[in-house]
Design a protein around this ligand. Structure first.
Ligand code: 6PG
Length: 235
């Protein structure tokens, strides 16, 4: 895999504007359905707001999530709620193009249900490296180097068969997360990271430090780092 492309911006707003322009261009240039998998947390909020302002043919786009807090969709910590507030309610997107992780019932059943949905959309139960599941995966990075809800020391880091897993520990709320094989099945993978509190994790993950979950990621397609100056300050 070639060295990842890295772009550094003055601040989080400039980062979000560039990322939105770039993603809009990728969608416009793409033939057919564009499957994008979103991160949650706080960093994507500015990006989602910028994306909502772009002239994008949203009928091409299907939205998935890379992880979710196992809370109701109207809960303040819900990644779906954040995406709805900042993007999905502001654009013309068909409800069936919004494919959130289920957070009703029990976490294990919900994980299996999402895995079944992904496999149905993909059209196979085994990944073909020549045909990635996603066209674009948007990753954040935790200060501890986690991606998705793949937290340091978690048994789910070793999962190579399941596509989606329930993560009972590591955070106050139970999480659902894509596993490495699933999140790596993407034509383009972009880290979007802002803030000086992430600088050490950025430097370590980019150096391939396997003690951090982000350092173990091996995306199939192009890997791009989009950083603000603070997150990049140790590079
Ligand atoms: C989540 C995210 C998670 C996030 C990192 C960074 O559900 O929280 O998917 O992986 O990307 O924790 O979060 P911030 O952007 O809030 O720093």
């Amino acid at each position: 895999m070639s060295a990842p492309r890295t772009e550094i911006f003055a601040d989080a707003q400039a980062l979000a504007v560039h990322a939105a322009d770039w993603i809009a261009g990728l969608i416009a240039a793409h033939e057919g359905t564009f499957r994008i998998a979103l991160s949650g947390g706080s960093t994507p909020r500015l990006l989602f707001g910028e994306l909502s302002l772009r002239a994008i043919d949203w009928s091409k786009v299907v939205f998935y999530w890379i992880d979710e807090r196992f809370v109701p969709p109207d809960h303040p910590d819900s990644n779906l709620r954040m995406a709805r507030e900042t993007l999905l309610t502001r654009i013309d997107v068909a409800p069936e193009h919004i494919r959130p992780m289920p957070t009703d019932g029990d976490p294990e059943t919900a994980a299996r249900a999402y895995e079944a949905l992904l496999k149905a959309d993909y059209g196979a139960a085994v990944f073909d490296p020549a045909r990635p599941l996603f066209d674009f995966v948007l990753l954040g990075l935790g200060g501890d180097g986690h991606i998705c809800s793949l937290f340091p020391g978690s048994p789910v880091l070793e999962e190579r068969v399941r596509w989606v897993a329930a993560v009972p520990t590591g955070r106050p709320e139970v999480r659902l997360t894509l596993t490495y094989p699933c999140v790596e099945s993407s034509r383009v993978t972009a880290f979007l990271v802002a803030g000086g509190d992430k600088a050490e994790a950025v430097a370590k993950v980019r150096a391939g430090d396997a003690s951090l979950p982000g350092g173990r990621l091996k995306p199939q397609g192009e890997l791009v780092w989009l950083l603000d100056s603070q997150a990049a300050k140790l590079l």
